[in-house]
Design a protein around this ligand. Structure first.
Ligand SMILES: NC(=O)c1ccc[n+]([C@@H]2O[C@H](COP(=O)([O-])OP(=O)(O)OC[C@H]3O[C@@H](n4cnc5c(N)ncnc54)[C@H](OP(=O)(O)O)[C@@H]3O)[C@@H](O)[C@H]2O)c1
Length: 277
């Protein structure tokens, strides 16, 4: 089996590389210097040369606030056009495509958990382009898995866990938003699920995958810093004005992922394992 990873040097791409190495699964790792996904000719050439059976499409524009203005065009080019080129090329070589999407496709106004069949209503540019990326995948290639995830943390790259740990070095008190709820996701759990979909020959379609249980950012920060003396205080999101809209309640239902036989750890267990405690 030949496996190709796009965005291989990103937070998720690196975790996936680590997992595939552990599992002794050969792969080709491509990031922007090997295959800029906004270059259609290059994408077609690269993918037909590699001729993969599976493409894990992790490349994305992920600067959510910059996507509202200065990064708007690039965000669209990478997340919509790039995904379109990857999907088309995947179709032509007969590959299975695993595309990573986001909870930001939802507006976060639903009081209960979002199911895979709920109608998306993205409220920021990043969420909109990730959803249009989903639509491109659905239109161009039947042999696809769309995996929506949220609040990603892990060993590689910038994320909320590292930000909290770094702030805790210099601050005695941190104020953290307590009115936005979601499900944190350890890159390890997500990478394992992506591989599980292929290995278990799961039904193609759309899945939600994060760690189990939900929390606010404040509760997440409290757990991250529980072994420190730093005081974590809850605040309302009106005190942290951000350029891009953030969903208030983007808790996604995990039952379809669980029905494939995949065991999903709670975010607390995942976090503690990640932090080695
Ligand atoms: N992080 C989260 O909280 C979160 C939440 C929900 C969904 N997701 C989704 O999860 C997936 C993985 O995210 P992540 O956290 O691993 O993001 P990331 O760390 O930003 O990784 C994205 C990778 O894509 C690369 N890339 C950007 N433009 C490219 C291009 N034109 N051609 C090829 N590669 C390009 C980036 O390279 P450069 O760094 O050199 O630009 C980077 O290595 C993405 O689809 C993202 O939308 C993430």
């Amino acid at each position: 089996m030949t496996v190709l990873i796009t965005g291989a040097n990103g937070q998720l791409g690196k975790e996936l590389q680590k997992l595939l190495l552990e599992k002794k699964i050969d792969f080709v790792a491509a990031d922007v210097s090997e295959m800029d996904i906004t270059n259609e000719v290059l994408v077609n050439q690269f993918i037909s040369e590699v001729n993969p059976d599976v493409i894990y499409h992790c490349a994305a524009y992920t600067a959510v606030d910059a996507a509202e203005d200065e990064g708007k065009e690039l965000n669209r080019l990478i997340n919509v056009e790039g995904t379109r080129y990857i999907s088309n090329a995947a179709y032509h070589v007969g590959a299975k495509l695993v595309y990573i999407s986001t909870d930001y496709v939802f507006d976060g106004t639903k009081a209960t958990e979002y199911t895979v069949d709920d109608v998306p209503n993205p409220k920021n540019e990043y969420g909109l382009t990730k959803f249009e990326g989903e639509e491109a995948v659905r239109e161009l290639i039947d042999t696809h898995y769309i995996v929506r995830t949220s609040w990603v943390f892990g060993e590689f790259g910038k994320n909320f866990v590292y930000t909290m740990q770094s702030l805790a070095q210099t601050r005695q008190t941190l104020t953290i938003v307590n009115d936005q709820f979601g499900r944190p996701t350890w890159t390890r759990t997500l990478a394992e699920f992506m591989v599980h979909l292929i290995e278990s020959d799961a039904e193609f379609g759309t899945y939600h995958l994060s760690n189990d249980n939900s929390c606010s950012w404040y509760e997440f920060a409290k757990e991250i810093l529980k072994d420190t003396d730093v005081e974590v205080l809850p605040v309302d999101s009106t005190q942290f004005v951000q350029k891009a809209y953030r969903p208030k309640h983007s808790v996604m239902d995990l039952s379809k992922a669980k029905a494939t036989g995949f065991i999903i750890p709670t975010w607390q267990d995942a976090l503690n394992q990640f932090l080695g405690r």
